[in-house]
Design a protein around this ligand. Sequence first.
Ligand code: SF4
Length: 61
Amino acid sequence: MKVKIDEDLCIGCGVCEGICPDVFEMEGDVATVTVDTVPEDQQDDVLDAESECPTNAISHE
Ligand code: SF4
């Protein structure tokens, strides 16, 4: 699974980093993805972060 963040939608709330700090990291006022491919044991947390993101800025494929 790959995950990405739409920087135009991200409001920098930090929720994704709080849920899955191994994949999401705040960089100034936007979140970034720190992995190319999401490790299998992180996938549930990534999906949680995606559904908890208040602006739907996170998507995966
Ligand atoms: S949860 Fe969404 S809005 Fe908040 S920092 Fe992460 S990507 Fe940005």
